[in-house]
Design a binder for this molecule. Structure first.
Ligand SMILES: [Zn+2]
Length: 138
């Protein structure tokens, strides 16, 4: 209910108030809504006639949300690190890029970054291991 409470500047009573909605039923089926001024009870014929005040539109993003979204963006950037890349190969001695054939750090960023698919595992980066897996599963 509370979410549907929208601020208006009533045309009839000029009050800075809210609308009240009443469901309209045809038998047991809800066919629509009637919209009234909460202050004076003036009925608005349709949604388009309701003088919603622009300032009362719900604020979708607060400052807190905004910083949260920045955080998400940062995480995306982190997601482009070599350790999340399908070409990243780890063994006990070296971390390397299977595409560029150079030593890399897990935290490196790379233009050739390709995200590993959700089902991919470490071993899927290695063609030989993949072949071996295929042979074993056959
Ligand atoms: Zn009114």
């Amino acid at each position: 209910m509370e979410a549907k409470k929208m601020a208006i500047l009533c045309l009839a009573c000029k009050a800075d108030t809210f609308v009240r909605r009443e469901p309209v039923y045809e038998g047991f089926r809800k066919t629509g809504e009637r919209i009234f001024c909460m202050s004076c009870g003036h009925e608005y014929a349709s949604e388009g006639d309701v003088p919603y005040t622009t300032t009362a539109k719900p604020t979708l993003f607060t400052d807190a949300d905004r910083s949260k979204r920045v955080e998400v963006f940062r995480n995306d950037e982190k997601g482009r690190n070599c350790r999340h890349c399908r070409h990243f190969v780890v063994n006990p001695f070296i971390q390397r890029c299977g595409r560029r054939h150079v030593e890399v750090q897990a935290t490196d960023c790379c233009d050739d970054f390709q995200a590993r698919s959700a089902v991919a595992t470490e071993t899927e980066c290695d063609p030989l291991q993949r072949k071996l897996d295929q042979l074993l599963s056959d």
